[in-house]
Ligand binder design. Sequence first.
Ligand code: TYM
Length: 333
Amino acid sequence: MNKKIFSGVQPTGNLHLGNYLGAIKNFVELNNDDKNDCVFCVVDLHAITVKQDPKELRDNIRETVATFIACGINPEKSIIFKQSTVSAHSEAAWLLSCVARMGWLNRMTQFKEKAGKDKEKASIGLYSYPILMAADILLYDATHVPVGEDQKQHLELCRDIAQKFNNDYAVDDFLKVPEPLIQKEFSRIMSLKDGTKKMSKSDLSDLSRVNLTDDKDLIINKIKKAKTDPLPLPNSLNELNARPEAKNLLGIYSSLTNFTLEQSINEFSGKNFSEFKEKLSQVLVEKIDKISNEIKKLNTDKKYLDQILLDGQKKANDISSYKLKKMHEIIGF
Ligand code: TYM
């Protein structure tokens, strides 16, 4: 059976190594397999759940498309589009918000983290965001959704929403219950400044992440300054588990080189961080410098990027408007 792949990335700037290793690298592999139908969405409606500057948002949307392509996604073999240009997403989100339960949303840990202490001041959109994400996925009958570990709970909610819709309206298998595709290892890349915190675009310190637009010198400098501990690199997985920074850096190295964590531990066991960091920088520069240059080049060709989004919009609109129409019929409109 062909896999139907759907995933989304927010155009909020600073796409980083976590986005790449946790998600986009996987998009590329899935897209390279001709048996898969791939849809990749620039989720600008999700982005405005927190305040965005309109000019920056517009630039970031194009840069997200440029990043997809620079990382190796083939626009000829996939649908790449902007969420706000396909109105079925917002409409289906409303329909599904009448199916989802408050209790389910109240359990979402990402909302609690993002809203922080002042929950009352968070936007309603930030709260109901996973319902829009469910609409994204379910409109395309996606069978598989590649994401990083932080999206796992949202995908479980999406599955619950699909099942409840099918049960409530007695339409067995109408909304397809999707499978998450989360890598077993390295699906949660941590901050370079704190191995217990996720690498994130919103971290105030740029030194906490490697951005996909960073150049060689910046990457080397960030790795040099990355937090470590005073011990030499460990001899075993057991030892590594108690050392979050060492674990994160060895994880990044392993993911980039396609080694297992055990292989990387064997390569560096007993060595000091300066030697390991030099090798890590070299591997990172090899990968990211190319991507970064390509993003910068593509960014200057606005016409090309806009055309990709326009082509994608037409195709995405055909698929999703058909599914939405069926939803209307089932609901009784
Ligand atoms: P977003 O834009 O925050 O992140 C895009 C993708 O990158 C992954 N990711 C990470 N993976 C590993 N380590 C990290 N530190 C890290 N940071 C981010 C995310 O897991 C994600 O896969 N809600 C989604 C976007 C979305 C979506 C969808 C995804 C909207 N609709 C439908 C899948 C299907 C989000 O905000 O991702």
